[in-house]
Write a protein that binds this ligand. Structure first.
Ligand SMILES: [Mn+2]
Length: 324
């Protein structure tokens, strides 16, 4: 039976996982794609008509938006359909409310959003679309998970590593602008590989060059503390800077922060080495609210935002929590 409702997909626009999820939804249902960051979820949902087939992918829920998100779920499920696909931490109380709002919830911490989306929609997409889920898993560090591993094993491993990294680097170079992300989603409708998409190889190359330069500055500028190191960076992808601090300074945990002069905040990105036991998402979620900021995420990768006059206080609290 033909789907009568128009599909609207709101997905995370900052990374390959969100873009791959959106591409799979569009391959299955057509419709309109919105690539957003966390701050635009609600205003984008509000623009969607009642009688719509809505997908929200790779956008974790937090307390600052969950109530309004659930309101939108309730509005849309009265006449339309709402599918929420995610792999970030979901509070049991929020989960209950989402299910009560008649949302089709596909939530697992075990696989990335791209893999979850592919699993849900694989009967409706060409089998070549599985490679999009592989790109998502690799760039989200979820490629050792059960389904992801099996999907990746159907391809030449080096090809999927090359293509996914090229795409992640190209996105990283210009800070993942929605326009560029939409171009990728369109190219994936034709089942293009990242190396065939206009500007992708060139931007990836520039990012590689930038990474080489960051490695040099990290050694000079990062400050070491007990079991972690950190530094300020003007790079748009501070997550990659954090990764490099870990490697270059041989520390289990690192973070990088970028000054946002418009709102007077530091945007922060945290990473832990694969063998670290640190629960970064929990630590950051615990200490940022008392500094007038916010943050959270996964154990080994998370983000935060704090007022710029609270940096020293943050470092003190972070060190205390990490070394508890
Ligand atoms: Mn993800």
């Amino acid at each position: 039976m033909k789907e009568e409702r128009k599909t609207y997909c709101i997905s995370h626009g900052k990374d390959v996982d969100g873009i791959a999820s959106a591409s799979i939804v569009k391959l299955a249902n057509g419709g309109k794609t919105f690539l957003v960051n966390y701050d635009k979820i609600i205003e984008t949902l509000e623009k969607i008509p009642d009688n719509a087939n809505v997908y929200v992918c790779d956008l974790g829920m937090n307390d600052s938006i969950s109530e309004r998100f659930i309101e939108e779920c309730n509005r849309i499920t009265k006449k339309g359909k709402f599918t929420y696909i995610d792999h970030h931490i979901l509070k049991p109380s929020t989960k209950k409310k989402i299910l009560k709002a008649k949302v089709k919830l596909i939530h697992s911490r075990k696989e990335c959003a791209g893999v979850l989306t592919y699993e849900l929609l694989k009967k409706k997409v060409p089998k070549e679309a599985a490679i999009l889920a592989c790109y998502a898993a690799i760039t989200d560090y979820m490629d050792h998970q059960q389904i992801a591993k099996s999907l990746i094993s159907n391809y030449d491993r080096q090809l999927v590593l090359l293509e996914s990294t090229m795409l992640a680097y190209a996105l990283a170079y210009d800070g993942a602008k929605p326009q560029f992300g939409n171009k990728i989603v369109d190219a994936f409708q034709e089942l293009s590989f990242p190396h065939e998409i206009k500007d992708v190889p060139e931007l990836a190359n520039k990012q590689a060059e930038r990474m080489k330069n960051i490695m040099k500055t990290v050694n000079k500028e990062a400050k070491s503390y007990k079991n972690f190191a950190c530094m300020e960076s003007s790079n748009p992808t501070i997550g990659l800077v954090a990764n490099m601090i870990i490697g270059e300074l041989n520390v289990p945990v690192a973070f990088a922060y970028r000054h946002n002069t418009i709102n007077g905040h530091y945007e922060m990105s945290f990473r832990a080495r694969y063998d670290s036991k640190a629960e970064l998402g929990k630590i950051v979620a615990r200490i940022t609210p008392e500094l007038g900021g916010m943050g959270g995420g996964h154990n080994k990768a998370c983000g935060a935002r704090i007022p710029d006059n609270k940096l020293n206080k943050f470092i003190k609290l972070f060190s205390a929590e990490l070394n508890k």
